[in-house]
Structures are given as C-alpha cells and as structure tokens.
Design a protein around this ligand. Structure first.
Ligand SMILES: C[S@@+](CC[C@H](N)C(=O)[O-])C[C@H]1O[C@@H](n2cnc3c(N)ncnc32)[C@H](O)[C@@H]1O
Length: 200
C-alpha cells in the first residue's frame, strides 16, 4: 500500500516546474492517507471529489469505495500528473482543471452534489483570494450534510496564510470535527474535518 518507488521522483520533477501549485516534494504517506479517509461512511450513489490527487496516495484508498457503487472524481491541475492518474487508475474518473470550478465540473459530468471532498491541495502556498474561491466552490459542491477533509503540514500551521485559512474554514461550515496529527508523514501533518457547509 505504500507508494511506488517512482512517485517521489515524479512529484519532485513536477514540483521543480511549478513549486507553488504542486506544493510538496514528497507524496503523502499511507498513514496520512488512512487518516484522510478515517471513519468515512458512504452509500451507493454518493459522490467523492478529490482535489489535487497528485501521484494518488489518497486515490488508492478511495478506489475501494467504487465497488460499493460510490462515484469518484479527481480534479488535478497539473496536466502531466492528471495524465499519469488516468493511466494508473484507469477505472476512475479524473478532470484536468482547478478545484475552484468544482460545482461546474460536477455538473458537466452529471454528478449530484458531493458527500465527501478530500483535499490534497497546498493551501499554505495559495493567496487568500484563491483559498476563498476554492472554499466557496467547496461549500457549493457539497451536499447539506457533506464533509470536507484537508490537511496542513505542522511546520506551516502558525503561518499567517494557514491561520487565515483556518478562520475562513470555520466560518464556512456548521460543524468542525476533532483533528488528528500524523507524525509518520514527511513532513508531519494535521488532518481537519468540517461538515454541513453554510449555504449562501
Ligand atoms: C501537495 S501535492 C499533494 C498530492 C497528493 N494529494 C499527496 O497528498 O501526495 C498538491 C497537488 O494539488 C494539485 N493542485 C494544486 N492546485 C490545484 C488546484 N487549484 N486544483 C486542483 N489541483 C491542484 C497539484 O498539482 C498537486 O498534484
């Protein structure tokens, strides 16, 4: 279940070309991937959206829900990573584009609102304006009871961008669930879960 030996090299090469957008030189560990889907309950017909699957450490675990009739769509901004995902996870659906457009992307695939959005996005590298556009899209794309799961690296948790992002997150959801820390990741990370988006 750990990533392929090629994945770190692959992500590294994409990072060198677009450090801000790719945001990490190492794929998430299987421990972080497990924490990202911990205690997720889905039923047939539910929709999972994954933002920024990258080389697919979370995708690999999300794949098992397809057998239960759950729909999946991964939205990846980097074209090479997107192409690689379509080859590697040939039974799964991917869209080359930005998480900012999640509601329109769901509609274009005739998918109903999402029950779960799992994010691998590097929010710490994003401007406040982009963070807000993605959170607005997330609120709109999620069903009323839907859940948003994201992580941030511990070293960046006190950065102004992440503190501002956390405040925005709390204002956009009715419920915040207990977070968990994953030390067995490079770098160590904290997983956040929010549900019941405020509908505007
Ligand atoms: C830090 S990497 C994480 C990759 C993977 N989820 C993991 O945990 O190893 C961030 C990923 O988000 C993608 N990304 C960045 N901005 C994006 C956006 N606006 N919409 C969709 N994907 C984006 C990058 O191309 C990259 O694949």
């Amino acid at each position: 279940m750990s990533h392929s030996w090629k994945d770190p090299f692959y992500l590294w090469s994409r990072f060198l070309l677009a450090p801000q957008a790719v945001g990490s030189v190492w794929p998430s560990s299987q421990y972080l991937a497990r924490a990202m889907i911990d205690a997720i309950c889905l039923k047939p017909g539910d929709v999972i959206v994954e933002y920024g699957p990258g080389t697919g450490p979370f995708t690999k675990l999300l794949e098992k829900y397809l057998a239960d009739g759950v729909e999946y769509i991964g939205i990846e901004y980097d074209q090479k990573l997107y192409k690689n995902l379509t080859t590697r996870f040939s039974g799964m659906r991917f869209h080359h584009g930005s998480a900012e457009d999640a509601p329109e992307i769901l509609k274009s695939y005739k998918l109903q609102g999402a029950s779960l959005i799992v994010s691998g996005l590097p929010f710490a590298n994003m401007s406040a304006a982009l963070q807000e556009r993605i959170l607005n899209a997330t609120q709109e794309a999620l069903l009323d009871h839907g859940m948003f799961r994201t992580f941030s690296y511990l070293f960046s948790s006190m950065s102004p961008r992440i503190t501002h992002f956390q405040k925005m997150l709390s204002s956009k959801f009715h419920e915040q669930h207990p977070s968990s820390t994953v030390m067995r990741n490079f770098p160590p990370a904290r997983v956040y879960s929010f549900s019941h988006p405020v509908k505007v």
